[in-house]
Design a protein around this ligand. Structure first.
Ligand code: PGA
Ligand code: ZN
Length: 427
């Protein structure tokens, strides 16, 4: 039984405030949860409540969200059973009363939702992945590791937000993670030898000034080989274009802010297609804008049988938008970010809907993160097979990888590492 819910303002990996919640149960169990925060946020995400008081944290304070936890949410949840996550989330949503959680704040509701799930697991003496996933939650994710950053996450010349490596040829998660770190170091050496910067972006990937997205891809392939691995066999590549950041103001036209290149939807699809034919790219996220449903249909028809087409800003972990996408034939995969929708139970529903439709689901961090490792457990619990949680150079990213190492060790023989199977949903 929930005895008390406490909110507090903590700091995220960008030095901005975010919400942490602490749930106390009658049996003395105490658990915490924290909300992450995006930079290239989708227009249709649940609302992150900020104070907009310029005198504190440049307006980014979350004092009101914290206050909502300490008052309305605390009163609403006292006496409820923390293990009934769906009921807990419903109660908070009723108290909020809006569609986008704008009254209490999705950051407030999510932090409490995570804390309740953790408290329930602890009270039952279960690891979080076991509590959320039951006895079938044993599939480790392949890292979709972002090692080169551009777009809104880096102050460089690269328009594509993320270039990622996936160690699909490894035998287990620990080996895959080791391979990734070796490639990360090889890439550092390669950039240094070219006189390029090895400073990192918000998600820990390098952020050098390169001439084009193709240049970035070539650097990464070279780093993979330099580390002793074979592109296309040991590693495949993934990209997040985050093209919702490329709005030009004209419908159906994209303007890349850094290179100033212009594309129509059809031209962008042709561009992605050419890259996928030339290089071992298996996954493209937000290749088109969050409102370009027709473009997504065209892209899915052209590439969907060979390439994982991931909707992040398009679907925003929202079952209504995902349902629309499934009906229209837009994409074949969904990025899963707890704070886009703002509760654990709605996140579980989005993953379930995706899997039922044959869409893959990818557990994901945000560019602003905390030490909270919930997404690691979520990935294993729901068997997403893939996780996006940045480069091995910032502790808020590394915390998730280290949690997965612990989970794999704990699962022992029953742990499954899907390799190339990550691109297929488990049944
Ligand atoms: P965000 O970026 O957390 O800044 O939204 C991550 C992503 O686009 O996948
Ligand atoms: Zn994205």
């Amino acid at each position: 039984t929930i005895e008390r819910v406490i909110g507090r303002e903590i700091i995220d990996s960008r030095g901005n405030p975010t919400v942490e919640a602490e749930v106390h149960l009658a049996d003395k169990t105490v658990a915490r949860g924290a909300a992450p925060s995006g930079a290239s946020t989708g227009e249709f995400e649940a609302l992150e409540l900020r104070d907009n008081d310029e005198g504190r944290f440049g307006g980014k304070g979350v004092g009101q969200a914290v206050k909502n936890i300490n008052t309305v949410i605390d009163q609403t949840l006292r006496g409820m059973d923390a293990s009934d996550i769906y009921a807990v989330d419903q109660a908070m949503m009723r108290a909020d009363g809006t569609k986008d959680k704008s009254k209490l704040g999705a950051n407030a509701i999510l932090a409490v939702s995570i804390a309740c799930a953790r408290a329930a697991a602890q009270a039952l003496h279960l690891p979080l992945y076991r509590y959320l996933g039951g006895i079938s939650g044993n599939r480790l994710p392949v890292p979709m590791m972002n090692i080169l950053n551009g777009g809104a996450h880096a102050a460089n010349t690269v328009d594509v937000q993320e270039f990622m490596i996936m160690p699909v040829g490894a035998v287990n998660f620990a080996e895959g993670l080791r391979w990734c770190t070796e490639v990360f170091h090889a890439l550092a050496g390669l950039l240094r030898s070219r006189g390029l910067t090895t400073s990192v972006g918000d998600e820990g990937g390098f952020a050098p000034d390169l001439d084009s997205d193709e240049d970035a891809i070539r650097c990464i392939l070279e780093a993979i080989e330099k580390a002793g691995y074979q592109p296309g066999v040991d590693f495949v590549l993934a990209m997040d274009a985050a093209s919702s950041e490329w709005k030009s103001g004209d419908k159906g036209e994209y303007l890349l802010p850094k290179s100033q290149q212009r594309f129509t939807s059809a031209e962008l699809v042709a561009h992605w297609q050419a890259l996928c034919e030339k290089y071992p790219i298996y996954s493209i996220e937000d290749g088109l804008d969050e409102e370009d449903w027709e473009g997504w249909q065209m892209m899915t028809a052209a590439l969907g049988d060979r390439v994982q087409l991931v909707g992040d800003d398009l679907f925003v972990t929202n079952t209504q938008r995902l349902k629309k996408g499934i009906e229209l034939g837009c994409g074949n995969s969904i990025l899963i970010k707890l704070n886009q929708v703002g509760s654990v139970s709605e996140t579980l529903e989005a993953i379930k809907m995706a899997h039922e439709a044959g869409y893959t689901a990818i557990a994901s961090h945000r560019s602003g993160e905390t030490e909270d490792t919930t997404i690691a457990d979520l990935a294993v619990a729901l068997g997403t097979g893939q996780i996006k949680t940045g480069a091995p150079s910032r502790s808020e990213r590394v915390a998730k990888y280290n949690q997965l190492l612990r989970i794999e060790e704990q699962l022992g023989e029953s742990a499954v590492y899907p390799g190339f199977g990550a691109f297929h949903i488990s049944r």
